[in-house]
Design a protein around this ligand. Structure first.
Ligand SMILES: [Zn+2]
Length: 89
């Protein structure tokens, strides 16, 4: 009886470890992709850098991305934060 509960506990622990490993691989992979492609299109202007008026003829600079049309991805922000932390050390 005792061995059975122990075995159950071990398999649950191994399952948790597997899940953690899978999560780690997913996050590591995502960060790696963010290293190669750090930017995504700005959500407000869709990478255009311009905010068009309703007539579509006139436009102004997109405030969200300051006209660059690029948006830092979540992973990129994390990587930059980690990098700046390392510099302070
Ligand atoms: Zn924009």
């Amino acid at each position: 009886m005792l061995t059975l509960t122990a075995a159950r506990g071990a398999s649950a622990w191994a399952g948790g470890l597997q899940l953690a490993a899978l999560a780690f691989i997913t996050v590591a992979g995502y960060l790696l992709v963010c290293l190669v492609w750090p930017y995504a299109a700005c959500r407000r202007c869709k990478g255009d850098g311009k905010r068009r008026s309703t007539s579509r003829r006139t436009w102004r600079t997109c405030r969200r991305c300051a006209g660059t049309g690029q948006r830092r991805r979540v992973g990129t922000v994390l990587l930059l934060a980690a990098r700046s932390k390392g510099k302070h050390r």
